[in-house]
Design a protein around this ligand. Structure first.
Ligand code: IPD
Ligand code: CA
Ligand code: CA
Ligand code: CA
Length: 318
């Protein structure tokens, strides 16, 4: 399928308005769930799902199939119920109906709908909407990333804060997540990584400490917050494509560096731009680092800094 620039701007507008209507449903669901919430568990007692996750996904899936009947759909709840398309060359929507279900269940106002669109295997459109804060993040590949937020009549171009040049992880405010894999061995490893980052251990970061760690409870909102400039970086193991697809587009368009483990080694070895590396691996590889723009990535020094930050990560975590 060959899509034109007009098709892409229509797809972006469609996704934005779909995200807004899905957001309305999430917001009304929140009231209901906080009053008498029926919450189910998926793989364990911290992997939560509600009727609203399914309702929102059905709404989004239905609207997409009305407007774009030939396009494929990957969504968390469809996937959970056995509908598991693989990534192909077909235009594909990749949707997380509620990212941050744990927050949603607790009334912690960081949850969102995340709508990604993949064209020729590349994440191409990303829309992330947090209905509690009425914040709409969006990007179309090649056209920048934006935030619509109450109080501003025009969309804000991301990043909205000036890039403090991030020379070392020790200057960073980092997004990290506990995830839902709570096997003792796994969670201990994560906790160790967090301690190494936050503490003054002499073995890592030359004895320096990151400014602090934050857990927002939504992969998509971690991505958009790095893109915005509110976090310097986000690291997680264990995401799914619907957690990150939209976020990848928004972060890249805001000038961030996005990498999975294999990506990094590929890029490191061959100096390939991210565009040439393996998106299947990035989407399904489930291991991510997003780092906000380094002030001068165009220069050799800037690229060295970026490479060192990623190396520091891999030396510090896991
Ligand atoms: C989860 C959230 C969480 C992240 C997990 C995701 P869900 O998604 O994004 O922050 O740590 O990896 O699975 O289940 O709320 O859609
Ligand atoms: Ca989930
Ligand atoms: Ca998710
Ligand atoms: Ca979800």
């Amino acid at each position: 399928v060959q899509l034109t620039p007009k098709d892409f701007s229509d797809l972006l507008e469609f996704s934005k308005s779909l995200a807004k209507s899905a957001g309305e449903v999430i917001r009304s669901g929140s009231k209901a769930i906080l009053q008498d919430g029926a919450v189910d568990e998926k793989k364990n007692s911290v992997d939560l799902v509600t009727e609203w996750d399914v309702k929102v996904e059905n709404l989004v899936k239905g609207e997409i199939s009305k407007t774009y009947p030939d396009f494929k759909f990957i969504g968390e709840e469809s996937y959970s119920s056995g509908d598991r398309p693989t990534l192909s060359d077909d235009p594909t929507f990749c949707v997380d109906p509620i990212d941050g279900t744990t927050n949603f269940v607790h009334g912690f106002p960081f949850a969102c709908i995340s709508i990604g669109f993949i064209y020729k295997r590349q994440p191409t459109i990303g829309v992330i909407y947090n209905p509690f804060l009425d914040q709409l993040y969006y990007a179309l590949k090649g056209h920048g990333a934006f935030l619509e937020v109450p109080g501003y009549s025009n969309p804000l171009r991301l990043p909205i804060s000036k890039a403090r040049p991030l020379e070392s992880l020790s200057q960073a405010l980092l997004g990290v997540e506990w995830g839902s894999d709570r096997r003792a061995s796994v969670i201990q490893k994560k906790a160790n990584s967090f301690v190494r980052l936050a503490g003054d251990s002499k073995e890592v970061l030359g004895g320096k400490m990151v400014h602090s760690l934050r857990s927002m409870g939504s992969a998509a909102l971690n991505y958009s917050t790095v893109a915005q400039g509110g976090l310097d970086s986000y690291w997680e193991i264990g995401c799914w494509p619907w957690d990150v697809c939209a976020g990848i587009v928004i972060a890249l368009e805001a000038g961030c560096y996005v990498t999975g483990s294999k990506q990094y080694f590929l890029a490191h070895r061959d100096e390939e731009p991210l565009d040439l590396v393996d998106w299947d691996e990035l989407l399904w590889g489930r291991k991510y680092i997003v780092i906000r723009a380094i002030a001068d990535t165009a220069t050799e020094k800037g690229r060295d800094t970026q490479r060192r930050l990623v190396e520091d990560f891999y030396n510090t975590v896991e």
